[in-house]
Write a protein that binds this ligand. Structure first.
Ligand code: FE
Length: 346
């Protein structure tokens, strides 16, 4: 019985191998591009369909968690079917680059559309949408005149009043990476120590949870990415709208380097078998039309200058952005993680 099963399994394996072999022949002959995306399919798929309509190039989409997709690319190595990686945060894009998973793309369209600070120095990844990480405050409880900079959040007046998520999160690591770049490692380290002392609670949950906690009275100030606020405002749930209604944005560091911004981005994998199609897709994603759509559904800002900004985001006003080269945030990541650990930022 065991033998029968084994031979049946063997036949199945051989058959599968033949079918896979045929499939891969067909696949490599087809005009296609394979995308690994950390963004949910609804936030990218309609755009990919438009790309196919326009170019005839089929897009195969695999979605997954950010770090899991990077791990998967590592495990698959050269055999990876992925041509493109889409993920969020320059720190994470840098991680993919540092792991040798990406390759340079030299495209005059990408170079002129994506500002130099929002792409990798070696052109291994490019920002395709932008988010800011400002301070949110509870209206009526905080006078915005008392707010100024990230640095100032160590002031004793904020003791027990700040909500922010864990230091294990890449958004906070990149924010601290930007502070290392601006102020040096020693200053950033002592800032982190003072900042942690002002926490209202031990970090828990994601960015939305910080906004909810502030609205619920747990803290008076929360740090979160802008799109989470946009989602609450646009949510069909009245309780989400009520959370947003209690909060307002304060853009920190407007008199010096500007508010910390980051990107969702894209890169061509080192294993790519369809580099030319992958490049075409990246160029398509920075076209004015794609930028407007992609930024809108993600509640983000376009990366291209003069790109259409969603009315809700526009209502938050214009602000000075920290123009630090986002590549630096990846380079500073290890130092950021270390100093946050030392500051006992959970
Ligand atoms: Fe996020």
């Amino acid at each position: 019985m065991k033998n029968v099963l084994t031979s049946t399994s063997l036949v199945r394996v051989v058959l599968t191998a033949i079918i896979w072999g045929m499939a891969s022949t067909v696949v490599s002959a087809a005009d296609e591009v394979n995308v690994y995306s950390a963004r949910k399919s609804a936030l990218i798929e309609p755009l990919l369909e438009k790309f196919t309509e326009k170019t005839g190039i089929d897009v195969n989409l695999v979605t997954g968690k950010d770090d899991a997709l990077i791990k998967r690319l590592q495990v698959e190595g050269k055999a990876s079917p992925a041509d493109i990686l889409i993920t969020v945060d320059a720190g994470r894009l840098h991680r993919a680059k540092a792991a040798g998973l990406l390759q340079s793309v030299d495209s005059s369209i990408l170079n002129s559309a994506v500002p130099a600070n929002l792409r990798d120095v070696d052109k291994q990844w490019f920002g395709i949408s932008m988010r800011a990480r400002p301070i949110f405050y509870v209206k009526g409880k905080v006078d915005p005149k008392d707010l100024s900079t990230y640095e100032n959040l160590v002031d004793a007046k904020w003791k027990g009043r700040v909500c922010i998520r864990s230091s294990s999160n890449i958004y906070n690591q990149s924010l601290v990476g930007s502070m290392i770049e601006a102020n040096g490692q020693a200053a950033a380290a002592s800032w982190a120590k003072g900042f942690v002392k002002n926490f209202a609670r031990s970090p828990a949950g994601g960015d939305t949870d910080q906004l909810r906690a502030a609205a619920a009275g747990v803290c008076d100030i929360a740090i979160a990415n802008t799109y989470y606020f946009g989602r609450l405002i646009k949510s069909a749930k009245a309780e989400d709208n009520a959370v947003a209604a209690k909060l307002a944005i304060f853009w920190p560091n407007q008199n010096d380097r500007g508010t910390h911004v980051n990107v969702s981005g894209i890169g061509v994998t080192k294993a790519a078998k369809n580099k030319s199609n992958a490049t075409k897709l990246m160029e398509f994603l920075v076209s004015a039309e794609s930028q407007a759509w992609y930024a809108k559904v993600n509640n983000e800002y376009p990366v291209v200058s003069g790109g259409a900004v969603d009315p809700v985001l526009a209502s938050w006003g214009e602000f000075t952005k920290d123009n630090v080269a986002l590549s630096k945030l990846g380079i500073n990541n290890r130092a950021a993680v270390e100093l946050m650990d030392k500051a006992k930022w959970k």
